[in-house]
Ligand binder design. Structure first.
Ligand code: ZN
Length: 320
């Protein structure tokens, strides 16, 4: 290697190193409101379980669309028909809110808004054959994104923001069945990844949130996120601790999880991570009411909504 080349290699390494260690600094004047987020969970639950092909599902979709519109987003209401693993056709809708459309450099925040048709988390199999309320599993992620939508119009971030509520994340094949097919999950995200709301849509980063409202939540680093974008995982978790949320964001690395982020990475090619309540060493690795009739408002803790909402909102304003 000649001296000239060596010089450029050193500069490249320095740039790489700077990228790896540039920590986020808190932004003044951000005002995430967990009371507001909590009320959005209650409003979603008031429709009943949001299972595709039901009136509750369709009414909640209209509610979510109108909420985003009320926060001045350009809203896309992406309807599609997809096949459930048992071959029934599901009429689904992805709801997209676009903020600051003039900005080229964009981040996409997403969560699923449907709730599971089947309570496979019930210990007694006789209690499984009904849909779940989905306060934490579904409504909590949407509630945080709605509150961010409400706040983001008040203070302009450096990057453009798209918020997507994906349908049919949670209508997949039960894990206990033979020939388990992970592609039976996240059907809304898979559809959008193949048919984005805008031609040639691009975002430099995606953040997926799910199960973000339960009492005593633990947000461990998830292995698929580490694989796809460990830089963001490290940076966001470090920032969360700096913001005072070390009791929620843990450095433990837990097993890979199939959620919308996997398909957004693999099909859409948008580097994405997942923030999920994912507890190591538990028989059920999520909160204990996961996929049961008890996933209702009683499991929700405003302190958890506050932790995730603040970290996510601060992270958006740290991006350039
Ligand atoms: Zn679920």
């Amino acid at each position: 290697m000649n001296k000239f080349k060596l010089f450029f290699v050193i500069i490249a390494l320095l740039i790489q190193n700077c990228r790896n260690i540039s920590p986020c600094k808190p932004t003044e004047g951000l005002d995430f409101d967990s009371d507001s987020a909590y009320s959005y969970i209650a409003e979603q639950l008031s429709f009943g379980p949001r299972v595709p092909n039901t009136p509750a599902h369709d009414s909640c979709a209209i509610y979510l669309k109108n909420k985003l519109k009320s926060y001045k987003a350009n809203v896309y209401f992406q309807k599609a028909d997809v096949k459930k693993y048992d071959s029934t056709t599901m009429h689904i809708v992805n709801i997209i809110g676009e903020f600051y459309p003039e900005k080229q450099r964009r981040i996409v925040l997403y969560s699923h808004w449907d709730s599971r048709f089947y309570a496979d988390g019930e210990l007694d199999s006789a209690n499984r054959n009904h849909p779940i309320p989905g306060a934490n599993d579904g409504a909590s992620g949407i509630s945080i994104l709605l509150e961010i939508a409400r706040q983001i119009t008040k203070k302009e971030p450096n990057v453009g923001v798209d918020i997507i509520f994906f349908d049919a994340e949670d209508q997949g094949q039960p894990l206990s069945e033979n020939n388990f097919d992970e592609k039976s999950w996240s059907l809304g995200a898979q559809y959008w990844a193949m048919h984005p709301h805008k031609k040639n849509y691009q975002a430099f980063l995606g953040i997926n949130i799910d199960l973000v409202g339960a009492n005593h939540a633990m947000f461990c680093r998830e292995d698929n996120s580490r694989y796809f974008d460990n830089f963001t995982v490290k940076r966001l978790w470090e920032f969360a601790k700096k913001l005072g949320y070390a009791d929620y964001f843990y450095d433990n690395l837990t097993r890979p999880i199939i959620n919308d982020h996997v398909f957004i990475n693999e099909i859409a090619g948008i580097k994405s991570i997942l923030i999920v309540d994912n507890r190591p060493g538990h028989f059920i690795p999520y909160f204990k009411e996961w996929h049961t009739s008890k996933d209702n408002l009683n499991v929700i803790d405003k302190n958890t909504l506050n932790a995730v909402g603040n970290v996510l909102m601060q992270y958006i304003y740290c991006l350039e």
